[in-house]
Design a protein around this ligand. Structure first.
Ligand code: NDP
Ligand code: GUE
Length: 285
């Protein structure tokens, strides 16, 4: 049976990182300035610790100054706010990322409201979400940006295409749907209250799964020849898998992203790219 083309996020992310490293080095030689990224983690969730470490390593590799700030799980919202205020004021920091989720007693929305939108490299402050909603330029959330960037680098057309996004989270599904609309796609969002979601996804030229359920998306969810983007990160006994039943869906699709090696590495590449953008907008090019 025919099998889909692999959209290689790991390799594409590597290319983007090399492009960024060159620009950062060239800028540094002229100005002696480097972009600075601060990643704030509250608590000691093991998966989050790994993500934060990966982000730290990736930013250092491209020549950024990277700072990891790990606050104890029992920190209060106002203690986290103090850290954010300090980073807002710090001229050597151009990007601030609050690793989500935060412990339940902390209000992430309050913290995001206080984050300087110019340093909001995750695109999650009300200001940047509002700009996206209004069709204005601004810092965009990393995972949706990584998805669009990967599709662009593989020359997958978006204009006039039918896109179905599975999931409506603030981090992925909602901003992604708006970004597809911005690119003139026709977009539908399905979620946990959608009956028979497969009847809807089956109409799509591009299906994006951002749910967090291993093997949710089966071949009967997919139109033959569709492009399938798998955002899910699910830990199973056989390692990390996405939301898409990869082998069976790859036989139906024309293009598909793997997990690992798909949208995860693209997300990190876009975090770096957003930090570079935020840096250029403050210090100039
Ligand atoms: N690769 C990467 O870089 C990233 C990966 N992720 C991964 O992507 C996945 C999604 O993340 P995130 O958006 O933050 O998750 P959330 O849990 O915030 O959102 C999940 C969404 O899926 C919907 N949903 C749940 N069950 C179904 C179902 N059976 N059919 C259709 N929709 C359903 C939920 O609906 P409802 O709103 O009704 O509850 C919700 O909108 C996770 O596995 C996460 O680990 C996340 C961020 C980055
Ligand atoms: N404020 C905020 N912004 C985020 O962007 C954010 C977040 N919080 N919270 C958690 C999710 C998850 N996320 C991932 C990033 C990279 C990989 C990644 O690189 N994954 C590798 C595998 C990594 C491994 O092996 O563990 C891959 O898919 O190839 C995965 C998941 C960003 N998130």
């Amino acid at each position: 049976m025919a099998t889909a083309q692999l959209l290689d996020g790991k390799r594409t992310a590597q290319i983007i990182r090399e492009e960024l490293a060159k620009k950062i080095e060239e800028h540094y030689e002229r100005t002696m300035l480097r972009p600075g990224l601060a990643v704030v983690l509250v608590g000691d969730d093991p998966a989050s610790k790994i993500y934060v470490r990966n982000k730290h390593r990736a930013s250092t590799q491209v020549g950024m100054d990277s700072r990891q700030i790990i606050l104890p799980a029992h920190s209060t919202t106002s203690q986290v706010l103090e850290t954010i205020e300090m980073l807002n004021q710090d001229p050597s920091i151009h990007g601030i990322l609050l690793q989500l989720p935060v412990p339940r007693h902390i209000d992430a929305q309050v913290i995001l409201r206080h984050l300087d939108p110019r340093k909001d490299v995750d695109g999650l402050t009300p200001t940047n979400m509002g700009r996206l909603m209004a069709g204005q330029s601004g810092l965009r959330p990393c995972t949706p940006l990584g998805i669009i960037e990967l599709l662009d680098r593989y020359h997958v057309p978006l204009e006039g295409q039918r896109v179905v996004v599975i999931g409506r989270s603030q981090l992925v599904g909602r901003p992604l749907a708006l970004m597809f609309v911005e690119r003139n796609a026709t977009v539908t969002i399905v979620h946990s209250k959608t009956p028979n979601a497969w009847d809807i996804t089956r109409e799509a030229d591009i299906v994006v799964a951002a749910v967090g359920h291993a093997h949710l998306v089966q071949p009967n969810w997919i139109k033959p020849g569709a492009t399938v983007i798998d955002v899910g990160i699910n830990r199973t006994e056989s390692g990390i898998v996405g939301d898409v039943d990869f082998d069976s869906v790859a036989a139906m699709a024309s293009r598909i992203t793997p997990v690992p090696g798909g949208i995860g590495p693209m997300t990190i590449a876009m975090l770096l790219s957003n930090t570079w953008q935020a840096f250029q907008e403050t210090v100039g090019s």
